[in-house]
Design a protein around this ligand. Structure first.
Ligand code: PLP
Length: 380
């Protein structure tokens, strides 16, 4: 038996997306060319763009295809800032945002103990920087805790104190579970990534509203409104559009089913393990992600034992080498190093079954109880 509880890292490909990807891969033409084969490819690229736009509640003009969430975040941040201007973000963003902000000396606002951006601190930074603010980037929902961020309040503060600033949200985790169009209303820039909702890896979108003036990061043939030169990933765009359709149209059912499974998982762990502490549970959370601390245990050891028994999960933020650092998200929420080093993120998805959840409850409970006995951790 195996249980894949790492859908926030990436999701299995959706069958309709796979079909669309194969069909588009068979097309020969380059969408930027002018002969008939090129026009066929161009027509598929533009219909994929229209589909994505309709599903996100924006116009086709607003949709810029990128290589994924990381590139969309980078384009938003580097594209919006210039010398002498200020960029603001929250301490719990994905590294794609945080490292981009670090590179330009952006200001980082803290979060509350329950994992939402600290609106008082954001307001005081906005007040002090006022018209100098070029961009404010706050994610839609956090990829480690699932905590949904107060975007309406963020928008209201930015409009009040820095009305000329661009608003960006990284909505990469959201499309299968949240109403991206509604929550991002009034935002100029929105990032999504195909592989987080059943699409292929290596394709994403930056929604860039007409009024948001951005600088390109890639220069070349001028594709994607001259914001993202390079031959577009046609098969990826077609597949992502198909996956997004299923994600958005199936959202109501997904939320109900995945929410019930997450609740079952949570209740099972609480019933079996005395020392489990949930993270972010006092805030509104996405229905597929739950995050726990097992104080005194080590995430890497937990994950290794889970892996050996076919349960696949994650903790903290893994870097390219696969090494684990204590989660910057949990640290920002005020957890100690020791608590953050013993955390576990369980993320379910559209394909998760009841049998996987039952198996995971048994294995996770066994593993953390065994490790806590070995280490003499007192909560048992
Ligand atoms: N933003 C968030 C919130 C994410 O969870 C991820 C992926 O983990 C990314 C951005 C990066 O997306 P991609 O893997 O498509 O580059």
């Amino acid at each position: 038996m195996e249980a894949y509880l790492d859908h926030a890292a990436t999701t299995p490909i959706n069958p309709a997306a796979l079909r669309a990807q194969v069909e588009a891969t068979e097309l020969v033409g380059n969408p930027s060319g002018s002969h008939r084969m090129a026009r066929v490819a161009k027509s598929l690229l533009e219909s994929s763009r229209e589909d994505v736009a309709a599903l996100l509640g924006v116009t086709a003009y607003d949709v810029i295809f990128t290589s994924g969430g990381t590139e969309a975040d980078n384009l938003a941040i580097f594209g919006a800032t210039s010398v002498g201007k200020v960029a603001i973000t929250s301490a719990i963003e994905h590294h794609a945002v945080l490292e981009s902000m670090n590179a330009i000396g952006g200001r980082v606002v803290g979060v509350t103990a329950s994992g939402g951006v600290d609106l008082d601190e954001l307001e005081s930074v906005l007040k002090s920087e006022s018209e100098r603010v070029a961009i404010v980037s706050v994610m839609m929902a956090n990829n480690e805790t699932g905590v949904i961020q107060p975007l309406a309040e963020v928008r209201e503060l930015v409009k009040r104190h820095s009305p000329s600033a661009l608003l960006h949200t990284d909505a990469v985790q959201a499309p299968s579970y949240l109403d991206v169009a509604g929550l991002a209303s009034g935002f100029d820039l929105v990032s999504i990534s195909g592989h987080k909702f059943g699409g292929p890896k290596g394709i994403g979108v930056l929604v860039a509203r007409k009024a948001a003036s951005l600088k390109a990061m890639f220069h070349g043939g001028g594709q994607e409104r001259e914001l993202r030169s390079g031959t577009p990933n046609l098969a990826g765009a077609a597949a992502m559009a198909a996956a997004l359709r299923d994600a958005v149209e199936g959202r109501k059912g997904t939320v109900e089913r995945v929410g019930r499974l997450t609740e079952k998982l949570r209740a099972g762990l609480f019933a079996n393990v005395a020392g489990v502490v949930p993270n972010g549970a006092e805030s509104p959370q996405m229905c597929n992600i739950s995050n726990y601390c097992f104080d005194g245990l080590n995430s890497e050891e937990i994950l290794f034992l889970l892996d050996s028994r076919g349960v696949y999960a994650s903790a903290g933020s893994s870097c390219a080498s696969g090494a684990l650092n204590p989660s910057h998200v949990l640290i920002a929420m005020g957890k100690s190093e020791s608590q953050a080093s013993g955390s576990l993120r369980l993320s379910l998805g559209v394909t998760t079954t009841e049998a996987e959840v039952n198996y995971a409850i048994d294995v996770i409970s066994d593993v953390v109880i065994e490790l806590s006995r070995k280490k003499g951790v007192s909560w048992i």
